[in-house]
Design a protein around this ligand. Structure first.
Ligand SMILES: [Fe+2]
Length: 389
């Protein structure tokens, strides 16, 4: 996230002697994206972060696709997934391609290890629950409706204070950022953007832990989890500065746009990645022309697979969905409002819908786990709803 931030103590100049009270140096570490040319931060530790005591492979995290590659509109009910497990390691894959994956997790306990994703950036949408994301760059308290953006490589763990917890996780091969069209040539969010830097929460407290022992960091790399045991507590940072850190943005801080007639989904774009976008559909007044049709028009989403996570049971154009539903409308067959929803939307004043949309440029695979919670008749729901009663 391109806002400069600083916490704790850092030396006046980079890469100069920065000494502890006993005269030893604070070890410096660059954590960044794309080696030395992407966004990065400089960390100052109490101890060397390189003291690895052991490494072992723990488990495989490969995602298996539906071998039939069935082609139709899909609907998955995440409330049918079993809850429990780890917020980092027991995420259930739903949909994925080479650019991005959507997973779901309902953890019931905190991890007794640290986690580092070394293969992807993460957007964790907290649908229910609250806690604190503890990181080597400071703490980020979170609650319902928060998007937590965790760039790859940052060591972290979740403290859970309110349950049940339900999280939608979007894991990205590329760097997750604010949409380019929302920023001016200097990187600042435009006055016309639907949110501003003031809405972005950054780590504000840094607790430095000085402990020696066996600290387990589980590292995700190439779809495998490796346990790396280090000698020093990974949260021994005394200070850092830079542009690379976890941040939070609450979906209710997205300022929805409304027009005289219907505005298309890109109006609601919230994040941008390589090969996908994420949009937020938030409570808002409807279009204000008396003849306006607030429900979306039918559309063929050519060169895009559309996924919606329903973060409440309200959604203006759908019947039969529920809180926690995920729909996939793949490229190749048009979709639109369910019968009756278009007419019913005319004259309506507002919607309370809340949803997170993921649109991908390349086709998505459906996971084997998603098949187990699929509403298999969904693709016929447009005509079934029109049958005489
Ligand atoms: Fe759509």
């Amino acid at each position: 996230m391109p806002i400069y931030h600083r916490l704790g103590q850092v030396p006046r100049k980079r890469h100069t002697a920065f000494r502890q009270p006993d005269g030893s140096l604070y070890p410096e570490e660059l954590v960044g994206n794309k080696g030395f040319v992407g966004p990065s931060s400089l960390l100052y530790h109490l101890h060397q972060p390189t003291h690895v005591k052991s490494v072992r492979r723990v488990r495989d995290l490969s995602w298996e696709a539906d071998p039939d590659r069935q082609f139709r509109h899909r609907h998955f009910r995440t409330h049918q997934l079993a809850s429990g497990g780890s917020i980092t390691l027991d995420r259930v894959p739903m949909l994925f391609n080479g650019d991005v994956a959507m997973l779901f997790v309902q953890p019931e306990r905190e991890d007794d290890f640290f986690y580092r994703n070394a293969q992807g950036d993460e957007i964790v949408y907290v649908s229910d629950g609250a806690g604190v994301l503890e990181t080597q760059l400071g703490d980020l308290p979170f609650g319902p409706g928060d998007y937590l953006v965790v760039p790859r490589g940052i060591v972290h763990r979740y403290r859970i204070t309110t349950t049940p917890m339900r999280c939608l996780v979007i894991e990205s091969t590329g760097y997750v950022r604010t949409p380019r069209r929302y920023r001016n040539e200097h990187g600042q969010l435009l006055e016309s953007a639907p949110y501003s830097e003031r809405d972005i929460r950054r780590p504000e407290s840094l607790e430095t832990v000085d402990e020696r022992g066996d600290f387990r960091i589980l590292v995700k790399k190439e779809n495998r989890v490796h346990e790396v045991v280090v000698e020093w507590h990974p949260f021994d940072t005394v200070g850092w500065d830079g542009y690379y850190y976890p941040w939070a943005f609450n979906i209710h801080d997205f300022e929805p746009r409304v027009g005289r007639v219907h505005l298309p989904p890109p109006t609601h774009q919230t994040f941008e990645g390589d090969g996908f976008v994420v949009c937020s559909f938030c409570p808002r007044p409807y279009d204000f022309d008396p003849e306006a049709i607030p429900a979306p028009y039918n559309h063929s989403n050519v060169m895009s697979d559309e996924v919606i996570y329903y973060a409440s049971s309200e959604f203006m154009s759908r019947k039969g969905i529920e809180y926690g539903s995920i729909t996939l409308h793949p490229d190749g067959v048009p979709h639109g409002p369910h019968p009756g929803r278009t007419e019913a939307s005319i004259g309506a004043k507002r919607t309370d819908e809340l949803a997170v949309m993921l649109d991908t440029h390349r086709p998505l695979h459906v996971s084997k786990q998603a098949l187990m919670i699929e509403d298999g008749d969904y693709y016929r729901s447009w005509i079934e709803a029109e049958q005489p009663r």
